[in-house]
Design a protein around this ligand. Structure first.
Ligand code: MN
Length: 150
């Protein structure tokens, strides 16, 4: 299927321990934040949507508090099986380095448009209302919403 071709094209599954994976049915609602110590440390924010993991690389990490906007660069969809992946990607392979789970949990979509995704995260470290706002190209902004309490 089309959605994971970029993911597969970048990897040699004889050499990397990452899952090959395939699209699965819709209805998932899990998220993960991977801490990926590659050439440059970054965090990968992944949402289970449409049978794959929509993924963004967040160089400075997902903010814990409102008022902090972080660049989130959209990367190729990953297979849902990647949600549990941790391990070592060998030297010479795409994304070589160490992948750990920084946080995970469930989410609820509040609003989903082409350039705007609003969701409620229910993780161990991350909780509350978050927004992904497309700016240009592969670039999005990721931030925690201030919730009005009246
Ligand atoms: Mn990464």
């Amino acid at each position: 299927m089309m959605a994971l071709e970029k993911y597969r094209d970048k990897r040699d599954f004889d050499r990397t321990p990452e899952p090959g994976g395939q699209l699965v049915g819709e209805g998932g609602s899990r998220f993960v934040v991977h801490r990926h110590q590659a050439r440059h440390l970054h965090y990968d924010f992944r949402l289970e949507i449409d049978g794959a993991l929509k993924s963004w690389a967040v160089p400075k990490g997902v903010p814990l508090e409102p008022g902090v906007k972080r660049l989130a660069v959209q990367v190729e969809d990953h297979p849902v099986a990647y949600i549990d992946f941790t391990g070592q990607i060998p030297e010479g392979q795409y994304g070589a380095g160490t992948v750990e789970i920084w946080d995970n949990g469930k989410f609820e979509l509040v609003k989903r448009e082409a350039d705007y995704i609003e969701l409620t995260l229910k993780g161990s470290k991350l909780s509350g209302e978050y927004v992904l706002l497309h700016t240009d190209g592969k670039n999005w902004l990721l931030f925690k919403r201030k919730v009005d309490r009246r």
